[in-house]
Design a protein around this ligand. Sequence first.
Ligand code: G3H
Ligand code: 13P
Ligand code: ZN
Length: 311
Amino acid sequence: MPLVTSTEMFKKAYKGGYAVGAFNVNNMETIQGIVEAGQECKSPLILQVSAGARKYANPVYLKHLIEAAVETTDIPIVMHLDHGADFEACKSAIDDGFTSVMIDASHHAFAENIEITKKVVAYAHDRGVVVEAELGQLAGIEDAVNVKAEDACFTHPVEVCEFTEKTGCDSLAIAIGTSHGAYKFKPGQKPQLRFDILEEVGKRLPGFPIVLHGASSVPQDKVAIINQFGGKMPDAIGIPEEMLRKAATMAVCKINIDSDLRVACTAAIRKHFAEHPDHFDPRQYLGDARAAVKELVKHKIVDVLGSDNKA
Ligand code: G3H
Ligand code: 13P
Ligand code: ZN
């Protein structure tokens, strides 16, 4: 099956009360682990590429790795640009064959966010590509933006109708308390999401697909393995999975997961070296990392997203 856009995927997800996982990819092993999991669970997938990933792997390599994933499976797969910083970044991804882009102009004033997003939508729609935009600001570190917790702000539901009508965007990322990275809450702080905002957004935009960034759960068993085998990740805390499951039954159709993949890979590789200090063939430890990614993604698909058997 060729690459698809997320249009049909999101329609089905909205109606079915589940979400599609958007997994960040940087290398071959991660792509293979994600796609093998998607194939075995018969789940649609979004493979997303950040500016940092494009810089690390070279856009040409990533594009061909994703195309190889598509060629070897029969599940619907979207190739999505994560956190496009400006029109040029989105244009470059669209010209390269991405089927979906995110324009992240959420740190600009409302009117400017609309203008920038509108320009990307016009270019993308003319070429059959869909656009995710963002309203509100998450805390945490992304490639281009480092938002301090005190500068983060929740999405104002009163703004969502004007924003989506004026921009024509296809999906909307909102800020309800998730954040990027592996340290989402302070120790002792109770993880919380503003479901009241999500509910209000859902009422104002019936049927419109909502996106959650910063939605890793930072599995504590994996953090413990990292710490046991020489790592140092004190107080890494994510979003409880049951909260994501609940969001997926509401208007959330796309859930972004990157940090959990990183944690799973790192735990597998640290454990591998601790148990096999004599190993030096990258296929041995990267093979373990790939298997860990696959196991994690299967768990997400079945227990968190609910997207199994929906391909
Ligand atoms: O939200 C950002 C993603 O986690 C991508 O991270 O920019 O380090 O590739 P990155
Ligand atoms: P996490 O850091 O929670 O995995 O978020 C990833 C993300 O939002 C990518 O855009
Ligand atoms: Zn993000």
